[in-house]
Design a binder for this molecule. Sequence first.
Ligand SMILES: Cc1cc2nc3c(=O)[nH]c(=O)nc-3n(C[C@H](O)[C@H](O)[C@H](O)COP(=O)(O)OP(=O)(O)OC[C@H]3O[C@@H](n4cnc5c(N)ncnc54)[C@H](O)[C@@H]3O)c2cc1C
Length: 382
Amino acid sequence: MINTKYDVVILGGGPAGLAAAIAIRTKTDASVLLVDRQHQGEVRVGENCPPETVLLLKQLGVAKEFYRGGHQTCPGYASVWGRDTPGYNDFIVNPQGPAWRLNRQAFDKMLADRAESCGAQISWSTRFIDAQKHSNEAEGFTLRLVRKSEDRECEVQARFVIDATGSTACFAGKLDINKSVDDELFATVRFSTLAQGRGSKQIQLEAVEHGWCYHSLLPAEKVVSMIVTEKKHLVSLRENEFQGFDDALQNTNLIGSSIAKLDLKESSYHTYCIRPGMLAAAEGSNWMAIGDAVASFDPIAAQGIYKGLSHGLQAGKKVMTWFENREQNNSNFSQQVKNQYGDYLRNRNHVYSLERRWSNAHFWLNRSSNNIDYSQLIKNES
Ligand SMILES: Cc1cc2nc3c(=O)[nH]c(=O)nc-3n(C[C@H](O)[C@H](O)[C@H](O)COP(=O)(O)OP(=O)(O)OC[C@H]3O[C@@H](n4cnc5c(N)ncnc54)[C@H](O)[C@@H]3O)c2cc1C
């Protein structure tokens, strides 16, 4: 049952929104409602996260559950990138240990359980559709929501709103805050179950003429494989019910030979449009956008889950300050987002510039000549 008034409403129950719910409830007594249009347990993409993720999970109070959650370590990356032979990038000397290959459903459930046990209310299958800002700031916003089970609208008043709706940034859009988008990519993802065979625990990356491929074994005998490319190449991947995708992966060197050793069943295919970019404004006095809503990255960065959790923790700090003393709301979150996005762009451009084998192919040509004006992004960097 959704009440009519909350101190904080969080729109979106991905890693960012769930982390925000935990952080806010741990630091304050604010009443918190989190809504997500998906049902709980829906398949989500993104299962590889860096070693430092564990530090954030400790701050969220879920490290023990995480270690017991059946997630698997990843000793490093094997990549065919910029040359024909594999290179290796291991986590041996990382003080936080190895990276992780997540059981995403268990991971999401762990965060949702923690948020609820901290006192946040979660309403799944509930879509945010509109927002109205009140002129009196103390009244915050009136949000229009639709619950799938009831198929009718309800209105909720929120003193503070957190937009964690992912790259669509639905709430910011209603405030007419736009995202500057600097690329468009399409990821075709195949999730399968491993019937037989053994493979490396390393995550594998491989550049190809029209994009790049990713392959990883996951907990619970699952396997994920992905091809990231431009829109015009989707047609060939979808040919004969994704036989085109299977063939394209089979024709790669490193990943193709790994997949050939596996017997896969129950494959399902999903396509995602990825539009990396950053919102023109990350926050106002009584709202903020976090995770992919404020800044979404190319998946080559593999930082989306980490970024979401870390922004969720920062939302906890901002809301606490806001409730304690509204006059002193000197958050530096906006500047952090800009700095983070500048770092991401530099790294992403460096990674793409390493691949020169297909310098005439549109995918690589388009990305190596991507002259981004960093000065705009980082001009206030101290
Ligand atoms: C193909 C692909 C592969 C990726 N692989 C990785 C990876 O291996 N590692 C990694 O770290 N990152 C990866 N990412 C990125 C990662 O998935 C995201 O960065 C991360 O999920 C962002 O978390 P978030 O909570 O900000 O947003 P999301 O996880 O996108 O969550 C947003 C939530 O908001 C909800 N929502 C949206 N609109 C509404 C609405 N109107 N009303 C209510 N709810 C709404 C959605 O249902 C969703 O649950 C990948 C991304 C893609 C596309």
